[in-house]
Write a protein that binds this ligand. Structure first.
Ligand code: T1G
Length: 711
């Protein structure tokens, strides 16, 4: 298959061929992750042709330049017409090569990148390398032979584990299960690969490794597999992820490796791959993949904005949030002072942190040495003066403006010049807090989501005075601590909670009209949320919202709602999971929400007091009103510039509120749901209720007119 060596966008050669002695070396160089683009595919074929034609080359070696082996097909090409050669064609060409080909793997060999390595005769991994087939996380399945070759190397059961989880395995495990032939320690993949290829030639081992999995010599099918394996996996998927499209097809494809000869199994895999490629879930998951990376680039923020150095951090307030935030910094290797005037609170926080780390260690995700290392990074102190030397201080005190302004006045007096002062407030006005200091340019919001050490979203809230440097530093810090940082503007509830508030108002209205909390929650979990609205309220704590509403009423906020049945429950001490009862009741030690007749009677009393006769509410009403009001609020947020792009809102709800990732995000889903349909419903509810929350956003109406949401 001779073809001119293609060039990449920069005009360079993404793949080159060069002989080293008797080994022909094919090098892929397509930064940043050697994604297998059309140029790389064409280059691989051209280089392979050259190596096969090179009579002095007795064997071939495939390596990658840069930080990693090929990280998979180029996802940016999905949805476009496939340009030849396709990945399956490249893999088939490798498979048929007349000379032994060794792949030397460093960094990550993922997806199509690993499938290329699987088509080589031998694989060596450098220490630290990771190998996986993560296609399921994109709504796909390995479409270039992975579902047929992997089972033949590691067995169908381990292959199903890897492909259904999408999680990579390390080099040593890859060796143990037969995925690689050797782990080769060397300074470069080239050095490791040449050493391995020479060794193989010396041993005259020109065929692939002894296949560890019994394969029929006649049919090429895998033999000896427990026939109940696939039924068991299908039953597990039906229980765990009935709504996901690609996992069921992965089972079908791996089963074909057992029931069909290789060529037929490969054809079956291709057909199943194309079914997944056409699925809306693939579009949603790939949008979610890029959204997480896109939001790190803040429009209008100079990319060369100088960054402050964040070496020492501090957290003020050792409550639930402060404790979790301190763990975030320690997890990233940053020393952190955890300050609280109450030594009891500090003792509780320290015990909680240790308990959390030891639980993680028991699950094998941390060593006890790492636990002690992280504990050593967290220094509790009752003295606020101790934070004077911190580069960044995060205030996580009680959600009260008076309290926060007092803390910031103190920090302003204590902290060194250039220290960044951040508040973890979830709803309060950043500017009002910044005005308590003489350095508003160094103040911003870092809104972590509970539990802070788990949830990936971090709303980075820019105040009127926040400088570019401080914003850029905060966004870089978000990446360093493993968060999805999204830059947002300052308004009540910022972006995520402001949208959540509208869904909550609608959920309360639906219950007032006759729906039950269970019905609202069931509709939302059937949509794909991990928790319904009221179950999530129980998790966060009814007292949180109750206090915020009290604060708003005390401040005379005209939009503050009158007390409702949730306030009645909160006043009765039903604060949610933490008190064993909230909207639901919870058996001791259980998080399973159970309906509670006491709540039904509180709701019934609330309806009587409001003069409402309950009616049957249809599930479709619940779905439409809870979700469409969110879309309308998102459009208003964009209208006001509180969020810069639709993708920012998608990332916020994906990573802060469990919006189902296979739907791509709130606004990506709205585009699939139908913008005209949503706008018409919003206008209908506006006429029905006259409520401000249903007043259609002009932007939503423009989207409906255009039939799409521009980036
Ligand atoms: N295609 C195109 N671009 C990619 C890419 C890919 N596969 N992977 C990463 N990028 C971009 C990413 O958008 C970012 O761009 C930059 O590279 C750095 O990524 C047929 C169908 C490899 C572990 O699912 O898991 O093969 O923002 O910030 O944190 O069977 O990227 O700089 O412009 O994530 O060091 C299967 C996806 C594809 C791997 C590196 N492969 N990538 O993480 O860097 S489907 C994957 C990752 C497939 C075949 C099937 C991670 C990483 P920008 P990054 P990182």
């Amino acid at each position: 298959m001779a073809s001119p060596a293609p060039t990449d966008a920069a005009g360079g050669l993404p793949v080159t061929y060069e002989r080293h002695g008797r080994i022909g070396v094919i090098t892929v160089d397509h930064p940043p992750v050697n994604a297998v683009s059309q140029g790389v595919r064409g280059g691989l074929v051209a280089a392979l042709d050259e190596g096969l034609a090179d009579l002095a080359a007795e064997a071939l070696l495939l390596v990658c330049a840069g930080r990693t082996f090929m990280a998979g097909a180029d996802i940016r090409e999905f949805g476009k017409a496939p340009a030849p050669p396709t990945l399956p064609e490249v893999v088939a060409w490798l498979d048929a090569a007349g000379k032994p080909v060794t792949a030397a793997i460093h960094g990550t060999a993922l997806g199509g990148g690993l499938e290329i390595a699987l088509a080589c005769h031998f694989r060596v991994a450098l220490p630290g390398a990771r190998l996986g087939l993560p296609e399921v996380k994109l709504g796909l399945l390995p479409g270039a032979g992975g579902t047929q070759r992997l089972p033949r190397l590691v067995g169908p059961e381990k292959a199903l584990d890897m492909i259904l989880s999408g999680d990579p395995v390390g080099a040593e495990e890859a060796l143990a299960i037969g995925l690689v032939d050797a782990v080769e320690d060397a300074d470069t993949p080239l050095e490791a690969g040449l050493r391995a290829a020479e060794r193989l030639l010396d041993r005259r081992r020109l065929a692939g490794r002894d296949v560890l999995v019994p394969v029929s010599a006649r049919s090429g099918r895998i033999t000896g597999t427990d026939p109940a394996l696939f039924a068991r996996r299908r039953a597990e998927l039906a229980a765990k992820t009935p709504h996901l499209f690609s996992p069921h097809r992965i089972v079908d494809a791996v089963e074909a490796a057992v029931t069909l000869p290789f060529a037929d199994g490969t054809a079956r895999e291709r057909a199943l791959f194309l079914e997944c490629m056409a699925s809306p879930q693939r579009a949603g998951l790939i949008h979610a993949f890029f959204a997480e990376r896109e939001v790190a680039k803040v429009p209008g923020l100079p990319t060369e904005a100088p960054l402050r150095t964040i070496g020492r951090t501090a957290v003020v307030g050792a409550g639930t949030m402060g404790t979790g935030i301190a763990m975030c910094f320690a997890n990233a290797g940053l020393p952190v002072l955890l300050q609280d005037s109450s030594t009891d609170a500090l003792a509780r926080a320290t015990a909680t942190i240790r308990r959390n780390y030891e639980t993680t260690a028991r699950k094998g995700r941390l060593t006890m040495e790492q636990v002690e290392g992280r504990m050593a990074l967290i220094r509790p102190t009752p003295s606020l003066d101790d934070v004077a030397g911190a580069d960044l201080v995060v205030e996580a005190a009680f959600e009260s403006m008076d309290v926060k302004r007092a803390v910031f006045r103190s920090l302003d007096a204590i902290c060194k010049p250039g220290a960044i002062l951040a508040t973890n407030t979830s709803t309060l006005d950043i500017d009002a807090i910044a005005q308590a200091t003489t350095r508003p340019d160094d103040v911003l919001g870092l809104h972590f989501f509970s539990p802070a050490q788990v949830m990936r979203l971090l709303e980075v809230v820019r105040g009127a005075g926040t400088s570019d440097t401080v914003l850029a530093t905060a966004m870089a810090l978000a990446r360093k601590i493993g968060k999805v940082g999204v830059a947002v503007g300052n308004c009540h509830g910022f972006v995520g909670n402001r949208i959540l508030h509208q869904r909550g108002c609608e959920a309360m209205a639906l219950v007032g009209e006759g729906a039950s909390p269970q019905q609202v929650d069931r509709v939302l979990t059937e949509f794909g949320f991990p928790l319904g609205h009221f179950a999530m309220t129980d998790l966060a704590g009814l007292d949180v919202g109750w206090r915020i509403r009290q604060e708003r009423r005390k401040a005379g906020d005209p939009e503050a709602e009158a007390p409702d049945w949730l306030d009645v429950l909160a006043e009765r001490g039903r604060h949610g999971q933490k008190t064993g009862a909230g909207v639901y009741r919870y058996e001791a030690g259980s998080r399973v929400p159970l309906p509670d007749p006491e709540v039904d009677s509180v709701i019934a009393e609330d309806r009587r007091r409001r003069g409402i006769t309950p009616r049957i509410v249809a599930d479709e009403d619940v779905r439409e009103r809870c979700l469409y009001v969110m879309v309308n609020e998102a459009a208003k947020i964009l209208d006001e510039g509180v969020a810069a792009r639709p993708v920012d809102i998608d990332a916020i709800w994906l990573h802060g509120y469990g919006f189902p990732s296979w739907r791509g995000g709130l606004l990506f889903w709205a585009g699939q749901e139908g913008l005209r349909r949503i706008a018409a419903a919003v206008e209908r509810h506006a006429r029905r209720t006259g409520s401000p929350r249903w007043q259609p956003s002009p932007r939503l109406l423009r989207w409906a007119e255009a039939g799409s949401i521009p980036g």
